[in-house]
Ligand binder design. Structure first.
Ligand SMILES: [Zn+2]
Length: 88
């Protein structure tokens, strides 16, 4: 019948631009900013140990970060001995 005529329109959104997605006021700090952790949370998954910020930065519960360009920020919060022992 009406086969394969209009599937092409789905490909228009393949180009992602994290930096321009922020609609907060004031705008969130960019992922390059030293203040990047102050951006608004857009996803929070404590059961998986990570959160996604508006600027595209992934923050893990050990304070490590993954930037949208692929860079990794090492955890920078000192853990107490008790928290280290708990490997959940
Ligand atoms: Zn924002």
């Amino acid at each position: 019948m009406n086969t394969a005529s209009s599937r092409r329109t789905l490909t228009t959104t393949t180009q992602r631009k994290n930096a321009s997605m922020c609609q907060h006021q004031p705008a969130c700090p960019t992922a390059d900013s030293a203040d990047r952790e102050a951006a608004q949370l857009v996803a929070h998954h404590p059961e998986q140990g990570w959160s996604l910020l508006c600027n595209g930065v992934l923050i893990f519960e050990d304070t490590g970060e993954l930037l949208p360009d692929g860079r990794i920020i090492a955890p920078h919060r000192a853990l107490t001995a008790g928290q280290v022992a708990k490997a959940a």
